[in-house]
Design a protein around this ligand. Sequence first.
Ligand code: ATP
Ligand code: MG
Length: 496
Amino acid sequence: MEQEYLLEMTGISKRFPGVQALDSVGLKVRKGTVHALVGENGAGKSTLMNILIGLLKPDCGTIKFDGEIVDFNSVSDALSAGIAMVHQELNPVPYMTVAENIFLGKEICYKNGLVNDKAMQEETSRLLEQLGVFIDPASKMLELSTAYMQIVEIAKAISYNAKLIIMDEPTSAITEDEVEQLFKIIRLLRERGVSVIYITHKMDEIFTIADDVTIFRDGHFIDSFPISEATEENIIRLMVGRELTQLFPKENIPTDEVVLEIKGFADSKFKNVSFKLHKGEILGLAGLIGAGRTEVIESLFGLRPRDAGEIYIKGQKVEINSPVDAINCGIGLLTEDRKLSGLFLPLSVEDNITVVNIDAYIKTGLLSHKRMSEDCERMVKLLNIKTPSLSQIVSNLSGGNQQKVIIARWLLPDSDILIMDEPTRGIDVGAKAEIHKLMSDLAKQGKAIIMISSELPEILGMSDRIVVMHEGVVTGELTRDEATQENVMKLATGSK
Ligand SMILES: Nc1ncnc2c1ncn2[C@@H]1O[C@H](COP(=O)(O)OP(=O)(O)OP(=O)(O)O)[C@@H](O)[C@H]1O
Ligand SMILES: [Mg+2]
């Protein structure tokens, strides 16, 4: 029997200067199914989706949607045809209300042409109710959590009668409960015959929510099959093109030498936070989103003033009032939010890697471009950053490769203490294993690392010791032997 496909993309190619992002790939999505699209960073997933929604023009290839050959010239073309996308980085209009955002460009008006807010809000409530959530349609977009913003985007898609909704890494910035809620909504959509293309790097999500999976590697279509025929090992092998051996390679090598100690950190978001960090150690900071981990780290790095607390480096009390102070104390910070506080998107890969180290390249008033480029080349190789050249603009790199550029920046100055906030968020399994190996190597060389991670397997696998926070206080400390998923969760949720 002929399969009923809602979407058939065939022979799609796309070249950017220096990169063949897609090489004659295809994607077939059945009606009323959730289709996982997976592949390493830079495999071409987002590019294919941008082509599908009319944001990019392919060099060649055809798209058949709902029985017709289509060629969208804009996102609104695609939307009218029934394809909507919930983006990797959400860009809502912050001062609009939820209702205004949903009805943007198709406002409900009175006969005299004035906008009928009441009708729009009622309709919005109805839409959200269908999804089983209550969000005040009159609240401003900027007041919403990321999870709610996503749900509003989904409601918007439904208001356009979308037959296909694309979700690009939707769970990268939401909590576990919110993931559950999102999955409920996705199942609801599927029951109504809507198809979903679901892009993720998280294996467990694929097996929980997807019906089919398609795998890309380096711009090529590799395979596509129903989840019922898939195993995790198989998908990973097809994604990375080789066997992945050890996922968590942390060796046990910490010493007793304390390199950093913080005492009695307090502020509106946390209180009485103290811990020590040893040479050669990876200290995991665990907790749920909102536990105050990022705030403590920002305070340590001089990004956030605090009310109380002392910092000791190798036993010496130091004052850190700005990131420059922190860098001078030998501390490097890999931030959680690469777009907001980490990357300079319009600048090149080289500029982004060298920006905090620029002093090191100035001798007698002259900038040594040669040394800068050599160092950057070394980093690009070390981290396997996929870029055609060092002069590539960072905004052109795929999400995961942008993350690697920041890691390169903080590895370059050779800081003794590295703070890594969600170091592998949005990073594919292959690169993740590389970054873990690198962290382990750095610790072995005598560096000390503080790692914040919301992924329990990462915390358990990589940490020598784990400090757990809940609502701004340290609820416990676990050694490697004491650390189990259950023990960490108990402390993280504050249960006794
Ligand atoms: N506007 C652009 N200009 C130049 N190169 C680009 C542009 N957009 C994407 N690329 C390149 O095309 C390739 C595919 O990128 P894409 O964003 O589609 O990857 P992805 O599979 O979504 O990766 P990730 O999992 O990291 O999000 C990458 O090598 C990327 O650097
Ligand atoms: Mg992407």
